[in-house]
Design a protein around this ligand. Sequence first.
Ligand SMILES: [Fe+2]
Length: 274
Amino acid sequence: MLIAHVTDPHIGLRTNLMKAHPGPDEAFRRALAHLRQLQPLADVLLLSGDLSENGHTQDYEALARVIGEELSELTERGLLVLAIPGNHDNPDMAKSVLGDLMPVAADAPVGRVCIHVERGGLHFIGLDTVHLGFAHGLLEEAQLHWLEVQLKACAGQPVVIFMHHPPLVSGIAIMDACGLIQGAPQLRKLVAEHGQVQLIAAGHLHRPVVGALGGAPVVVAPSSSHQLDLNLEPGAPLACRMEPPMVGIYRWTPQDGIACHFSHVNPFAGPYPI
Ligand SMILES: [Fe+2]
């Protein structure tokens, strides 16, 4: 099982600060084109939020169009694409346009994009950490209860959780201030009790970051577009840095467990046999 992870495309973002940048829309297209070159191809693609910059309908339509244009061959061969919203998104708008990518569970808390799909023996559970109108994220009681029910229903079976706001403290102060400010301790308890969570995949930080929660690895993938400057000084200002975009490529088998790779979207010379 190969899981591709593309996050924070911020479709629709327009800024002249990104002078040599192809723009978020084109950067997203290049990330998906990169997935087509993988051997073997991914079985699942997770999109972990900030799909749009401003939550506009046309942004989600553009995102769906690019997915259709770049990945139709892969989806015809069975690629499963799942998406959850981030703080820049309008979840209702996203759902109305991207319904196929957001198969909200029948028992999900009202208004929440909670997803539970099984593929290849792995349970993919998507959580919706959006607190509408705020940059920070949260998991409130209803969603934690829903998650508890899901995890009990697949006791002993492997699970991948994906969510926008990562349940970790990165040390990038300004991002931690707008991180997952509610629900992380309860999530840790549920993950530890289940004992078979293979991975928690997240976005929001626009950097590759690895942590752990309740015995499971937490992996934050970089943005397909622009990254945040790595500055761990308390009080450091938030700044972008045009480091090369990457996609997460996570290999999982029942025997070997999880191995998380990051693959550069931009071309590099090689491979040179040695
Ligand atoms: Fe973002």
